[in-house]
Design a binder for this molecule. Structure first.
Ligand code: PAP
Length: 341
């Protein structure tokens, strides 16, 4: 795509120059080789204190500079492995229920993964020297990001558009991430990370878009300050009552189910079943499809592992679990984020 961006100095900068400028900036920040982080490539530490590999970090900064949000947009925000694929599926099928009734033979999920239906700014849209033209997309446009709240595109905040955040128990997030990153490491011929080494990096915050606790706190504070703009869900509570969360989600984004849809059509149940782990893994798009991302094509099946709560008990030592809980307790105490208060 050929376009240019006006710089503060007033001269037009090509997309290549813009990406190069931000690549140079990120390259000047501290970095951690893959042996010192949960990653397959070097992780950089952003000025705002979070970590990611080069291309998604540059994409995040380009999105901040170039994305123009509309008040009607919806942005899904998560840490990796917190339930992104699931919330994307629920949100997309809810917002598009009338065009794509659940069970229709041409439902997008039959051929596309939720990650192709709702794209990440930093992995799919603002990549490869491109500034995508998103103006033609019909309302409501839905995007996703793993970026922390402090690094969201500034127009997202200014527009007042809706932000849907999902967090998950850090121990399950860690185990899910460990398994996912090792798939990439094995594919690239790298030694898999041990669970204990992964836990150490996680606790030190040297993990994708982490520290975990900063990420969650950033969106939690935003939710407390602007509950009408930032919805805050927990994976564990979604598992417990997906129907109530789907209704809440629909209301929050301004697409509530009609009484008829709820009572006669069973729309909520149908969406919950459509997006359930068990149904999603049986889809052709999951079993055979891939999603293109700046880190390479990812098998859609890699986004599904077990989909349960507390699987960490099968992998982490009690000592490590206690260490993570102690950090969570210390960081979340008094914020209202701890389940016990
Ligand atoms: P991403 O951030 O890379 O997109 P994300 O979807 O957040 O990944 O995380 C994947 C986790 O969500 C996996 O958890 P696990 O490793 O503990 O199993 C995956 O199984 C789970 N997941 C994916 N889809 C669903 C779903 N429909 N219902 C419940 N959990 C799901």
């Amino acid at each position: 795509m050929s376009s240019s961006v006006d710089t503060q100095e007033g001269h037009a900068e090509t997309n290549e120059e813009l990406y190069q400028r931000f690549t140079n900036l990120v390259s000047s920040w501290p970095c951690f080789p893959p042996v010192l982080s949960i990653s397959v490539s070097q992780l950089y530490r952003h000025d705002e204190g979070w970590h990611s590999s080069l291309a998604p970090m540059v994409g995040t900064i380009v999105a901040d500079a170039c994305f123009t949000a509309r008040p009607s947009d919806i942005v899904v925000a998560t840490l990796p492995k917190s339930g992104t694929t699931w919330i994307k599926a629920l949100l997309y099928s809810t917002v598009h229920l009338r065009e794509h009734p659940v069970g229709s033979s041409d439902h997008p999920f039959n051929s596309l993964s939720p990650h192709e239906c709702i794209k990440f700014f930093e992995y799919q849209l603002y990549t490869g020297n491109k500034i995508p033209d998103l103006d033609e997309l019909p309302d409501p446009r839905i995007f996703a990001t793993h970026a922390p709240f402090v690094s969201l595109p500034r127009s997202v905040l200014a527009s007042g558009c809706k932000i849907v955040y999902v967090c998950r128990d850090p121990k399950d997030t860690l185990i899910s991430l460990w398994s996912f990153v090792n798939k990439f490491r094995i594919r690239r011929g790298l030694e898999p990370l041990s669970v204990e080494a992964t836990a150490d990096f996680f606790c030190d915050g040297v993990t994708l878009f982490g520290p975990y606790w900063d990420h969650v706190l950033g969106y939690w504070s935003a939710h407390l300050a602007h509950p009408e703009q930032v919805l805050f869900f927990r994976y564990e509570e979604m598992r417990r009552d997906p129907e109530a969360h789907t209704r809440r989600l629909a209301e929050f984004v301004g697409c509530p189910f009609s009484l008829e849809e709820q009572e006669e059509g069973g729309a909520v149940d149908a969406i919950v079943k459509l997006c359930s782990f068990e149904h999603m893994i049986s889809l052709q798009a999951t079993m055979c499809g891939k999603t293109d991302a700046v880190i390479g094509a990812v098998d859609n099946s890699w986004f599904f592992r077990r989909g349960v709560v507390a699987d960490w008990q099968n992998h982490l030592s009690l000592e490590t679990a206690r260490k993570i809980d102690a950090i969570t307790e210390a960081r979340f105490k008094g914020t209202g984020l701890l389940v016990s208060g």
